[in-house]
Design a protein around this ligand. Structure first.
Ligand SMILES: Nc1nc2c(ncn2[C@@H]2O[C@H](COP(=O)(O)OP(=O)(O)OP(=O)(O)O)[C@@H](O)[C@H]2O)c(=O)[nH]1
Ligand SMILES: [Mg+2]
Length: 216
């Protein structure tokens, strides 16, 4: 994939959610080289500013690669910052992180850009993925429809992760499922992109769902 066009504008930064992962000491089983881990690719998608970069950064055990660019006045009127007034940057290429689940399963996480003008990259980003997390914010549920449509149409297993921003109204997973018309077999979880355990739960739910859908 050619990201040359973004070189002058992208600044590697630490996501605002911070990253606990890189500072954590490796577990013994993570250092055991006799076990070949299974590596898989997961895509983290969803509407603009829903928390994709935060999600990847929160669980990555390597310093996450982020391609954030400062938003300028040019995005006014296009990108709705009402729900995240403190947001000053946006992902222009992708987020990348890695997490090893304790079964020796390594997940490579690819976060998509949220702004609509960068969606042409999705076909490249999803290639080879075993599944996707579609993040949703209940204040602007409609923003995740394009991602839902995309994964439905390409047949990639996905789960819906409702990123509950504290201080906003809480909705049960089943209510969100109904509002989004998500099929019964697709897991819907309520999580918080800033809380590591809930991000890990979302990922294990996705892996279990993808395995379930994979023919034996
Ligand atoms: N309060 C709260 N803020 C959050 C949460 N998740 C993300 N944020 C904030 O929301 C803003 C957007 O988060 P990002 O992770 O940049 O969202 P994104 O989906 O990667 O955004 P784009 O790449 O621009 O589409 C940031 O200021 C985060 O700190 C959350 O669960 N609670
Ligand atoms: Mg982002």
């Amino acid at each position: 994939m050619d990201f040359a066009g973004f070189d002058s504008t992208t600044t590697p930064t630490t996501p605002s959610g911070g990253s606990a992962g890189p500072d954590e000491p490796l577990q013994e089983w993570q250092k055991d080289t006799s076990r070949a881990p299974i590596a898989t690719k997961i895509v983290v998608a969803g509407g603009f500013g829903v928390g994709k970069t935060t999600f990847v950064g929160r669980v990555s055990e390597i310093e996450p690669l982020v391609t954030e660019a400062v938003m300028t006045q040019a995005s006014e009127g296009t990108d709705d910052l009402a729900a995240t007034p403190e947001k000053t940057t946006t992902t222009v290429a992708m987020d990348f992180g890695r997490i090893t689940l304790d079964a020796g399963l390594v997940l490579y996480l690819f976060g998509t850009p949220g702004q609509q003008r960068f969606w042409f990259m999705w076909d490249d980003l999803v290639r080879g993925a075993i599944g996707a997390v579609v993040m949703a914010d209940t204040r602007r549920l409609e923003d995740c429809f394009p991602a839902l449509d995309y994964f439905e149409s390409c047949g990639l297993p996905y789960v819906v992760a409702v990123n509950h921003f504290e201080g906003t109204e809480y909705y049960e997973a089943e209510d969100v499922r109904e509002a989004l018309s998500v099929p019964a077999g697709v897991p819907v979880v309520v999580m918080d992109a800033r809380k590591r355990d809930t991000v890990v739960d979302s990922l294990t739910t996705l892996v279990a769902h993808a395995v379930e859908l994979t023919p034996a």
